[in-house]
Design a binder for this molecule. Structure first.
Ligand code: SER
Length: 891
C-alpha cells in the first residue's frame, strides 16, 4: 500500500487494527465530556478512561482510533517550543490501539513491531525501545524486556531501561496508569547511540525520536496517589500521526510533512517570504502560524470560540500568538482566517465537520484578528514608550502594572508579552502579574476559579455504589432503596428535617440535569409516609445521580425503601420544551445553514433558550420563518421516537450533535420526522403536537459570535401572545383605534406630530422677533456700554437664551440680563456679555447678585451665565440690578 500521504497513513493504521478485530472508533471531541478536570482531550485513551476503570462497558474489548488531541502545557509541551522544535504542536492526532482486559503486553508489542517494520517498512537497525526500569516501589518490567527480545530480536543494547519519568504513563494526577514501553527511531546520519534513546532530537530533527508509546495499563490512581489495580490489565498505545508521517515521508521535521507544508506555504506567500525550514525568526513564525491555525480551526468547529475564560481563553491566547507572529512577518491585512481555511482543505476528508463549519471558522477567526489588531499596535506602543522598567541583575523587567494593563485592556496574554520580551530583550514581572490577576478575579463575582474541581466525595461514592439506574425515560415513578445521604458535603446516616440533603438511590426516574435540560423535581416517600421534596437532580460524576432537597415530614435514613415520584406537570412541560428546542435547532439550520452551530441550550419547564453561532441578528422575517417552520412540525403531530443504535448508524441517518457527543458505541438518537434527528439523552414529548404552540420571545447577542434565542411553548406561548394583544388593544384605545387600524392611525399621528413641532418652531421664532419682545426701550447706555435688564414672558430656557443673545448682538457691546417664570413656576435668569467686555464684566459674577434677589444661586462663564430661584415675583427687581451692577466699575 502506498503511504505517501498522512491520510493514507492514518487509514493504514486503522485498517491494520480493524483487520486484527479492533473496533474503529471515530475521534472523540477535543472538549472531553467525561472528565471535567481535563481542559482538552490530550491522549488517545481519554475517551476510553471509564472503560479502563470498569465504570463503562462497551460491546467490544479491542479498539483503535485516530484521536485529535491538544496539549499546551506540561513538562514536554511548553507553548514556547511550538514552531521552534521539529515536533512540538498544540494540536495533533494520536493513533492508538486499545485492549480492555483482552490482550496484554505480548500482543501489543507484536502489533507495534509488525506495523512499524512490515507495514511502514522501517529499518529494524534504526529502531530501539525503552522499558520501565523500576521505581516508586514497582519492579522493573522484565516481562516487557523479554518480550521485546523474543518478538523483535533486538540486541540488548537497543532495549534500554528508564525510570518513572520516562517509562511510567499516567493520564493526569488521577486516572488509569501503568508502566510503559516506547519505540524510537533514529533520524539522521552516523551510528546511533542507543544510550541517548530517550533524548528528543534538537531543532534540526536529527537523533532518536519516540514514535510509539505502549502503556501497560494496570492501575487507577486516586487523588491521594493510591494506585488500585484496574479490573483487568489493559493496553493503551499512542503514536503521533505527525511524527510517524515525518518518518514515512522521509522528513526530519513534522513541519515538512503534507499536514503542515501547505499551511506554511500559504502563510509565506501572504507574507511574501520564502520558507527555508531554518531557525530564523521568520521561519519560526511561519511554523507557529501553521500549528496554531490547526488548533484554531478544530476548536472553533467544535463550538469553542475565543473569549476571556477557560477553554475559550486558551484558544484566544493561541490565536493571538499566531496573529502577532503574522504581524511580526509584516502581514498587515487580515490573514489568519485564510490559514484556518487552509486547515479545512487539508483535513476535511478525515473530518468532514470542518468543511460543514467553514463559514463559522472563517468568520470567528477574522473577527478575532480584527479585534486583536485594533489594540495590537497600541499595546506594542505602550511597551515602547514605557519608562518604568525595573532593572535587575538579569536585565530589564516590565512592571506588573503595565503587564496587567496589556493583558486586561489590550488583550495581550502573558506568554505573548514574554515572547515579545524575548525578542526585545526584557522579561515580565510574572509574580506581580499573577497578583494583579488574583485581585481582578476576587473583584469579579463571576470568577470561574474552582469550577473544574470535582468533589472527591462524589468520586468515591460513585466508585463505592456503582452506577445509579435511570429509568425515567419510561417511568415517572420507581421503587428503590436509599443508598447514601449527604449533607453539607459529608455522608450522614439519617436525614434531618428541614436540612438541605442529597439522596442517592439504586434506581431513579429523576432526570439529572444534563444536555441543557434541567434536573427533575418531585417527591421521595417512605412506606411510613415520610416525604422528601426533591428540588433539583444532578449528576456530579458519571454514573452517580443525586437528588437535592429537604425532608418535609417523617424520617428518612440510609437503607430505607422509598418510592420516587417525578412532578408530572413540570416534567411534561420540560419534555415539550426539549422537543421544541430540537425543532428550533432544525428550523435555525434550515434558515441560516449548518453554520448555526448549537452553542448551548437551557430547557426548563417554563422556558427554553438556544445559543447558536451567528455573527448578526436574525431579521424579523427570519424569526417569522423559524416560527412557521416549527409550528408546521407541531401541526404535523409527528411521533417523537428514540432509538439506541451504533454511532455509525446514527451518523448514516444524518443525526446531528455527533461532533459534540461522546463516541460511545451505542448512542441515543431522537427523531421527529426525517428533518430533526439529533443525538440526545434528554426526555421528550410523545408527539410534536404536545408542544401546542411555539413562539420566539427574543434574539439577542450573548458573546462574540454567539447569539441567544429565547422561546416559549404551549400555555406560556399563548400567555405571551395574550399579553402582546392586551398591550396592542390598550394602545389602540388610547388612539381611539382598533388593533387592526392602529398602525395607520399611529402613522397619521406621527405625521401630525411632526407638523405640529414644525409649527411650534415657526411660532417661537416669530415670538422672538415680534413686537412683544422688542426690548429696545429698556436698554440704557452706561459708560459706553449698552445695558439691558428685562422680564419676558417666554417659558422655555432655549428661547430665553436665544433672545438674550439676539439683544446682546443687536446692542453690542452690551450686557443683557433677562428674567422669566418657567412652566413650573420658578424664576429663571439668563445673563450674556459681549466677548469684548468680558475682561470688565463677567456674566457669572453679575448673575450671582441678581439670583440672590430671587432667592437662588447661579453661575457660568464670563460671557454667559444662568440662574434659577424660587421667587419669580421678584424678577423685576432682580433684572433691574443689572443697571446698578454695570454702572459700577468692572469687577
Ligand atoms: N496514553 C499514552 C500517551 O499518551 C499512550 O497512548 O502517550
Amino acid at each position: 500500500m502506498s503511504l505517501s500521504t498522512s491520510h493514507e497513513l492514518r487509514r493504514a493504521f486503522l485498517d491494520y487494527f480493524q483487520a486484527e478485530n479492533h473496533e474503529v472508533v471515530h475521534s472523540s471531541a477535543l472538549v472531553p465530556d467525561n472528565d471535567p478536570t481535563l481542559m482538552f482531550t490530550n491522549a488517545g485513551m481519554v475517551p476510553f478512561k471509564d472503560v479502563f476503570t470498569g465504570n463503562e462497558h462497551r460491546p467490544y474489548v479491542r479498539a483503535t482510533s485516530s484521536q485529535r488531541c491538544i496539549r499546551i502545557s506540561g513538562k514536554h509541551n511548553d507553548l514556547e517550543n511550538v514552531g521552534v522544535t521539529a515536533r512540538h504542536h498544540t494540536f495533533f492526532e494520536m493513533l492508538g490501539n486499545f485492549s480492555f482486559g483482552d490482550y496484554f503486553k505480548e500482543q501489543a508489542i507484536f502489533y507495534a513491531w509488525d506495523f512499524v517494520t512490515r507495514i511502514l517498512d522501517l529499518d529494524p537497525s534504526r529502531l530501539a525501545v525503552t522499558v520501565f526500569g523500576g521505581e516508586r516501589n514497582l519492579a522493573a518490567d522484565t516481562d516487557a524486556e523479554d518480550l521485546w527480545k523474543k518478538i523483535t530480536g533486538l540486541p540488548d543494547a537497543r532495549i534500554q531501561r528508564f525510570g518513572a519519568d520516562d517509562n511510567f504513563w499516567q493520564m493526569g494526577d488521577v486516572g488509569p496508569c501503568g508502566p510503559c514501553s516506547e519505540m524510537h527511531v533514529y533520524l539522521g546520519d552516523g551510528e546511533p547511540d542507543p544510550r541517548l534513546v530517550n533524548q528528543e532530537p534538537g531543532a534540526n530533527g536529527r537523533g532518536w525520536m519516540e514514535i510509539w508509546n505502549l502503556v501497560f495499563m494496570q492501575f487507577d490512581r486516586d487523588e491521594g496517589g493510591v494506585m488500585r489495580p484496574l479490573p483487568a490489565p489493559s493496553i493503551d498505545t499512542g503514536a503521533g500521526l505527525e511524527r510517524l508521517s515525518a518518518v514515512v515521508q522521509g522528513r526530519l521535521s513534522n513541519y515538512d510533512t503534507d499536514l503542515f507544508r501547505p499551511l506554511i506555504q500559504l502563510a509565506a506567500e501572504l507574507a511574501q517570504k520564502t520558507y527555508h525550514g531554518s531557525q530564523s525568526a521568520d521561519d519560526v513564525s511561519l511554523r507557529v502560524i501553521a500549528d496554531h491555525a490547526r488548533m484554531t480551526a478544530f476548536l472553533i468547529a467544535e463550538g469553542v470560540f475565543p473569549d476571556r475564560d477557560g477553554r475559550s481563553y486558551v484558544l484566544r491566547r493561541v490565536m493571538r500568538r499566531a496573529i502577532r507572529h503574522g504581524h511580526r512577518l509584516g502581514l498587515e491585512s487580515l490573514f489568519f482566517h485564510r490559514c484556518a481555511s487552509k486547515v479545512i482543505d487539508i483535513m476535511k476528508d478525515a473530518y468532514p465537520e470542518l468543511a460543514e463549519r467553514r463559514p463559522v471558522i472563517e468568520e470567528i477567526t477574522q473577527q478575532e484578528e480584527m479585534r486583536f489588531r485594533r489594540t495590537l499596535d497600541r499595546g506594542l506602543e505602550l511597551i515602547a514608550v514605557n519608562k518604568n522598567w525595573t532593572e535587575t541583575r538579569d536585565g530589564k523587567v516590565l512592571p506588573a502594572a503595565i503587564a496587567f494593563e496589556l493583558y486586561d485592556t489590550f488583550g495581550f496574554p502573558l506568554d505573548l508579552q514574554q515572547t515579545i520580551g524575548a525578542e526585545q530583550g526584557f522579561s515580565v514581572d510574572e509574580a506581580g502579574f499573577n497578583e494583579h490577576m488574583q485581585q481582578a478575579r476576587e473583584r469579579s463575582a463571576g470568577s470561574k476559579v474552582g469550577d473544574l474541581k470535582v468533589d472527591a466525595l462524589y468520586q468515591s461514592l460513585a466508585r463505592e455504589l456503582g452506577r445509579v439506574d435511570f429509568v425515567g425515560y419510561e417511568d415517572e415513578t420507581a421503587d428503590s432503596q436509599v443508598l447514601a445521604l449527604l449533607s453539607s458535603g459529608v455522608r450522614v446516616e439519617i436525614c434531618e428535617k428541614g436540612q438541605p440533603t442529597e439522596v442517592v438511590t439504586r434506581v431513579t426516574p429523576f432526570y439529572a440535569q444534563a444536555g441543557g435540560q434541567v434536573g427533575d423535581r418531585g417527591l421521595i416517600r417512605t412506606e411510613q409516609g415520610a416525604e422528601f421534596e426533591v428540588t433539583h437532580t444532578e449528576r456530579p460524576v458519571e454514573g452517580l445521580i443525586v437528588h437535592h432537597g429537604v425532608l418535609k415530614s417523617g424520617t428518612l435514613k440510609q437503607g430505607d425503601r422509598v418510592r420516587l415520584e417525578v412532578d408530572h406537570a413540570l416534567r411534561h412541560a420540560t419534555r415539550c420544551n426539549h422537543s421544541a428546542t430540537h425543532l428550533l435547532h432544525y428550523a435555525l439550520r434550515k434558515v441560516l445553514g449548518p453554520q448555526a452551530v448549537q452553542k448551548g441550550s437551557l430547557v426548563a419547564p417554563d422556558r427554553l433558550r438556544f445559543d447558536y453561532a451567528a455573527t448578526r441578528p436574525l431579521s424579523s422575517d427570519e424569526i417569522r420563518l423559524i416560527e412557521t417552520l416549527v409550528n408546521a412540525k407541531i401541526l404535523e403531530n409527528a411521533p417523537v421516537t428514540t432509538e439506541v443504535l451504533p454511532y455509525q448508524g446514527a451518523k448514516d441517518r444524518g443525526a446531528i450533535g455527533i461532533f459534540e457527543e461522546k463516541y460511545g458505541e451505542m448512542v441515543r438518537m431522537l427523531s421527529m420526522t426525517d428533518e430533526s434527528i439529533e443525538l440526545c439523552g434528554g426526555t421528550h414529548a410523545s408527539r410534536t403536537g404536545d408542544i401546542g404552540l411555539f413562539k420566539v420571545l427574543s434574539d439577542s447577542g450573548l458573546a462574540a459570535g454567539v447569539r441567544r434565542l429565547e422561546a416559549a411553548t404551549g400555555e406560556r406561548a399563548l400567555a405571551y401572545v395574550h399579553a402582546l394583544e392586551e398591550e396592542l388593544s390598550q394602545a389602540a384605545t388610547l388612539l381611539r383605534a382598533t388593533p387592526q387600524t392602529l398602525s395607520d392611525k399611529l402613522a397619521r399621528h406621527v405625521e401630525q406630530h411632526k407638523q405640529l413641532a414644525k409649527d411650534v418652531e415657526t411660532l417661537r421664532r416669530k415670538l422672538l422677533t415680534g413686537p412683544q419682545t422688542d426690548l429696545s426701550a429698556q436698554a440704557k447706555d452706561l459708560n459706553g456700554v449698552r445695558v439691558l435688564g428685562a422680564v419676558v414672558e417666554i417659558a422655555d430656557l432655549d428661547s430665553v437664551r436665544e433672545l438674550a443673545d439676539q439683544w446682546r448682538d443687536k446692542l453690542a457691546p452690551a450686557i443683557v440680563l433677562l428674567g422669566t417664570t418657567t412652566a413650573d413656576g420658578k424664576a429663571l435668569l439668563v445673563c450674556t456679555v459681549s466677548k469684548e467686555l468680558t475682561t470688565r464684566f463677567r456674566a457669572g459674577t453679575l448673575i450671582k447678585h441678581a439670583a440672590a434677589v430671587v432667592g437662588g444661586k447661579g453661575g457660568g462663564r464670563p460671557d454667559f451665565a444662568q440662574a434659577g430661584g424660587p421667587e419669580p415675583s421678584r424678577l423685576a427687581e432682580a433684572v433691574a440690578q443689572i443697571y446698578a451692577l454695570a454702572d459700577k466699575t468692572a469687577d
